[in-house]
Write a protein that binds this ligand. Sequence first.
Ligand SMILES: Cc1cc2nc3c(=O)[nH]c(=O)nc-3n(C[C@H](O)[C@H](O)[C@H](O)COP(=O)(O)OP(=O)(O)OC[C@H]3O[C@@H](n4cnc5c(N)ncnc54)[C@H](O)[C@@H]3O)c2cc1C
Length: 265
Amino acid sequence: MHILVCVKQVPDTTEVRIDPETNTLDRSSAPAIINPYDSHAVEEAVRIKERFGGKVTVLSMGPPAAVEVIKRCIMLGADEGYLLSDRAFAGSDTLATSYILAKGVEEISRREPIDLIFCGKQAIDGDTAQVGPGIARRMGIPQLTYVQDIEVGDIDEKEITVHRKLDDGYEVVKSKLPCLITVEKEINELRYESLPNLLKAARYQPIILGASDLNADLTQMGLKGSPTSVAKIFAPSQRGQGEILKGSDKNVVDILIQKLSQKVV
Ligand SMILES: Cc1cc2nc3c(=O)[nH]c(=O)nc-3n(C[C@H](O)[C@H](O)[C@H](O)COP(=O)(O)OP(=O)(O)OC[C@H]3O[C@@H](n4cnc5c(N)ncnc54)[C@H](O)[C@@H]3O)c2cc1C
């Protein structure tokens, strides 16, 4: 079983600051980390590999510094990592990003066929949750999104059953492999890294591919391939303080109704 996991390097949003002058993210204020949902995707892939055998490959698109996110995945138990890095990719929106990643998946698949692709549910910086479904659509394979549990039954049947998280419960869906799964954090608990994996990660150098390695159309990547334009970026205004009405008599209810009616008008 060859499992591929897409992982994104993101700024740690708990540390990130907004520049009050430009209202843009001051990325230099925050350390770069692996997108937290993607750690769970790697963990799930490694667990499946441990049960059924095979290999876990990770794929990231980003600047040369994103090598670190691949090393992090090696610590978590991945076997191999590819970084797609090229100036031609800069300025890509989600449409172009999913195109470039799908081309990367195709290239890796050509070297070693892929049975299953994992992505995180969403990235904590861009937050769109569009890239996973975009890759699946481009590859022409089924997509199973918001997955919180996986049952891999008879692996020879090349079938997988997942529990998809819904607002009011979950939905059980069966799919043929290959397919693409986007995961929720509930899918598993991260384990501690093993010493051999830590040592392997320290020496590990991922395979780096550029635009010319991907047999890709240059007009579909970077700014040229990105129809999205950002009209405005702003920090949301601070919410006003809440008010607590104390008491248990009808009077308090009347005051509440009066206050709410004033808000509605
Ligand atoms: C007009 C425009 C210009 C932009 N220019 C830039 C720019 O110059 N530089 C820049 O860094 N960003 C840029 N972005 C942001 C960039 O498009 C997004 O970061 C990227 O498309 C991923 O979208 P997302 O963060 O919403 O990911 P989501 O769709 O929320 O991510 C879901 C999952 O997809 C996978 N995934 C997402 N991105 C990657 C990746 N890069 N590598 C591997 N797996 C991934 C991960 O598994 C992740 O959990 C731009 C966006 C727009 C709209």
